[in-house]
Ligand binder design. Structure first.
Ligand SMILES: [Zn+2]
Length: 438
């Protein structure tokens, strides 16, 4: 009943595409298997018993499996399996959830993503030997990391099915890393599948050449009702809390779950939504900017502190403590270099965590001004933040639609400026002044 696609909230079209592709992939494996076990003579369809290029050729074109035997035309591009996929959609729409579910379906011993077999289980738990997940911790994915990954992805799958690489936030690839990936996608090993996740297929997010080699699975922002339903069903959250959290999270499933479960996340959101009330003058605007930046820094520091400490301890153990004699001086120089590398990586991760925390705050704030705008326009839509709807209503009266729109734009401009590497404090101060002045 609950297979691997069950948590893909409100994405019916994508699920149909992925199920069909998984069925095609399973058919491909079945077609290849008897050819090996027989006398070595290639089976029908030109499958090479060595698992050589015929597999690759078969994959280069859409392959129709039994899943497509429902009267659909054989040339339906949605029916086949292919080597490289991009999952696109707004944050929280479930790009990585979709990629993982698809990976599980490909490794499923039944070829369906049953959710119960060892292939499904280990893939979803992140322990499958043939599924590698890249989650960039810093602001970008570097070329060395990508080269190592591409090399390992070329090996034969130990489980006999597929060698899968999932790249979350593929929009954070450096240009060099993107080129290394492109080479692998252009000439993929026969059993290797790349699953990329990115906000969109805009050239800013993913290079045109990589895009042209991939099949795109667009995900949409799931409706609040669907998000609330999954919170109730899967996480056992009370229906009224689930509904509130789903609306407040604006279609972001992970954020909705955090709001429903984590009191600290709720407190941080309350503090952000108190900002509009507090903007009573220039001094208050600068104070509000400081408070927002410092809250993001504190949240980020808390989220990375544990990992940082564990990494430092592991490195120190690996390097050994002290030591004398001839080799020791050289070893110490090497150790200093490794420690420096680690510090650099940790700093990059901390910066990313700060930006993510700040962005979450800005999305909440944008929701508030969006509520004020829709109320000023008397638009028949539900508010994002039901708990501050009265305050947004008061704002709507005071500012009118024009004033609410200008304020909403100020928040969105702040997000764009930080994305474009403007110093967060400067961008946030400019935004607070604009919110105060209108
Ligand atoms: Zn399974």
């Amino acid at each position: 009943m609950t297979d691997v696609f069950a948590d893909l909230v409100g994405q019916d079209e994508a699920v149909v595409t992925l199920r069909r592709a998984a069925a095609s992939a399973a058919a491909l494996l079945r077609a290849a298997a008897p050819a090996v076990s027989r006398t070595g003579a290639p089976a029908g369809g030109g499958v090479d018993p060595d698992g050589g290029h015929d597999d690759l050729d078969a994959l280069a074109e859409p392959v129709d499996g039994p899943g497509a035997a429902d009267g659909r035309p054989a040339a339906d591009p949605g029916a086949g399996m292919t080597h490289a996929w991009i999952f696109t959609g707004p944050p929280g729409s479930g790009r990585s959830v979709a990629a993982r579910a698809f990976a599980a379906a490909l490794q499923c011993v039944h070829g369906t993503g049953c959710g119960h077999c060892p292939g499904c289980h280990t893939t979803l738990a992140g322990t499958h030997a043939d599924v590698r997940l890249v989650v960039p911790e810093g602001l970008s994915i570097g070329v060395n990391e990508m080269r190592a990954l591409v090399l390992r992805a070329a090996s034969t799958p130990s489980g006999g099915r597929w060698q899968i690489v999932i790249i979350e936030d593929a929009d954070r690839l450096t240009e060099a890393a993107g080129n290394a990936l492109l080479k692998a996608i252009e000439e993929p090993p026969p059993r290797t599948v790349f699953l990329l996740c990115a906000p969109s297929t805009h050239p800013d997010d993913i290079s045109v050449t990589i895009r042209s080699r991939c099949r795109v699975v667009p995900l949409r922002q799931p409706p609040a009702g669907a998000v609330a339903e999954v919170l109730v069903r899967r996480d056992g959250i009370a229906p009224d809390v689930a509904e509130w959290a789903a609306a407040a999270a604006q279609g972001h499933v992970g954020r909705a779950r955090r709001l429903a479960r984590d009191p600290e996340a709720r407190q941080r959101r309350d503090a952000v939504l108190a900002v509009p009330r507090r903007l009573t003058g220039v001094g208050a605007a600068f104070d509000a900017a400081s408070a927002l930046i410092e809250a993001a820094e504190a949240e980020a520091a808390a989220s990375v502190a544990e990992v940082d400490e564990a990494e430092r301890a592991a490195l120190q153990t690996a390097l050994g403590a002290g030591g004398t004699g001839r080799g020791a001086a050289g070893a110490m120089r090497g150790a200093a270099g490794q420690l420096k590398d680690l510090e650099k990586r940790q700093k990059s991760r901390a910066t990313r965590a700060q930006r993510d925390a700040l962005d979450r705050a800005l999305v909440d704030l944008a929701g508030f001004y969006r509520d004020a705008l829709t109320m000023a326009l008397r638009a028949p839509v539900a508010p994002v933040h039901t708990d501050t709807a009265a305050l947004a209503g008061a704002g709507a009266q005071k500012w009118d639609a024009d004033g609410a729109l200008r304020r909403l734009e100020a928040v969105l401009e702040c997000r764009a400026a930080i994305e474009a590497n403007v110093k967060p404090r400067i961008a946030v101060e400019a935004m607070m002044l604009a919110l105060w002045k209108g």
